[in-house]
Design a binder for this molecule. Structure first.
Ligand code: MRU
Length: 357
């Protein structure tokens, strides 16, 4: 087993180099570590939609570079080799990118931040507006990594030594700019030698837990077991889990947490058996404009994710399929929300409003 101090991320989920965006192709993990190159807005939109890259903060940072690439590829050439950003072209590309996945609010957040930076840059009439816009995308990525480390530290107060933790989906380096949200808190606890043990749900149907979280847990040398999603109930009932920590794709103003399908079921189990249930998410995942979880759009994905997992047919062609990618956990089931500025506690409408101020 690696010693905790040896945890080092040897891979970059999102990297801009040689005029292109390189993303770890998460569809290929754990079989092979390959990179997907994006040179156009269409490449970025495809990468988000087809889940080359996934996880709310990672989608946000990827989209930020997508906006930069859009501005670069649609820039107006001026005399003397100079260029100007075309806000009109950029706006339509932003609208196109925003439609790639509907649920994670970080996507919209990052695109709006980039567009508003572009407006300010245009007003400056800089000689090199594209470099300034690229700097904004670099900043979003760097801030995300910094935010994750702050969240990892803030979350330590809820992890006792020897804790057995259950997590769902993938919320690590692969789901973010680096380090992770919920898995970041867990990795930090391991670094601090708290002697933790992790159960990772495989997370059907896309198996982010089995393919990605298990891969990150192995890389980090964290003692852990992979379970099928339906084993969680027995573990919780039998007192084998001390707490659940998972991520979020969007948190409403009342504290309702939207996350990977299966999260709500876990929250009900935790409530029934008195187990603490925490979500870890950066402030960019809080949608202050959305009053409650019922207003969050839930993405429904292709039926083949269920009928043909990994390309192998496991259900008859004729069967109808219901495949929501996310669900909403009511705020009453959430013990706390770990953010980069500390842990939010109920009543969430008040704690979130205070945070907004
Ligand atoms: O469909 P995905 O893989 O993009 O869903 C990801 C999740 O639900 C994560 O739990 C969430 O984005 C938090 S990631 C830090």
């Amino acid at each position: 087993m690696n010693s905790p101090k040896q945890i080092q991320e040897k891979y970059k989920t999102i990297e801009f180099r040689d005029d292109s965006l390189f993303l770890i192709d998460q569809r290929k993990l754990p079989g092979s570590l390959e990179y997907f190159k994006c040179s156009s807005t269409e490449d970025v939109e495809y990468a988000i939609k087809d889940m080359v890259v996934r996880g709310a903060p990672a989608i946000g940072a990827t989209a930020a570079y997508g906006v930069y690439i859009a501005a670069r590829n649609t820039a107006i050439k001026k005399a003397g080799g100079k260029v100007a950003i075309s806000l009109e072209n950029l706006e339509s590309k932003c609208r196109f990118l925003e439609k790639s996945r509907p649920t994670a609010v970080n996507l919209k957040w990052a695109i709006r931040r980039m567009y508003s930076a572009a407006e300010k840059i245009c007003a400056l009439q800089s000689d090199d507006p594209l470099s300034l816009l690229k700097f904004e995308a670099d900043t979003i990525l760097a801030e995300d990594i910094k935010t994750n480390r702050a969240m990892a530290l803030a979350g330590q107060e809820i992890i006792p030594a020897g804790a057995v933790i259950l997590t769902h989906c993938n919320t690590g380096s692969l789901a973010t700019g680096g380090w992770g949200t919920a898995l970041g808190v867990i990795k930090e606890a391991h670094l601090l030698e708290k002697n933790i043990f992790v159960y990772a749900d495989e997370t059907r149907p896309r198996l982010q837990g089995a393919r990605l979280t298990a891969w990150e847990l192995i890389q980090a040398g964290i003692p852990s077991s992979l379970i099928v999603d339906s084993s969680a109930a027995v573990l919780i009932r039998d007192g084998k889990i001390d707490l659940v920590i998972l991520g979020a794709d969007r948190i409403a103003a009342n504290g309702d947490v939207c996350n990977k399908i299966g999260t709500f079921m876990l929250s009900v189990l935790c409530k029934e058996y008195g187990i603490p249930f925490y979500a870890a998410a950066p402030i960019s995942t809080i949608d202050f404009e959305t009053d409650n979880g019922s207003k969050i759009p839930i993405e429904e994905r292709d039926s083949r994710e269920i009928t043909h997992p990994g390309g192998v047919q496991t259900a008859p062609d004729e069967i109808k399929v219901y495949n929501p990618a996310f669900d909403v956990t009511p705020h009453q089931n959430v013990t706390g929300i770990i953010t980069e500025v500390g842990i939010l506690r109920p009543p969430y409408r008040q704690s979130i409003a205070k945070l907004r101020k």
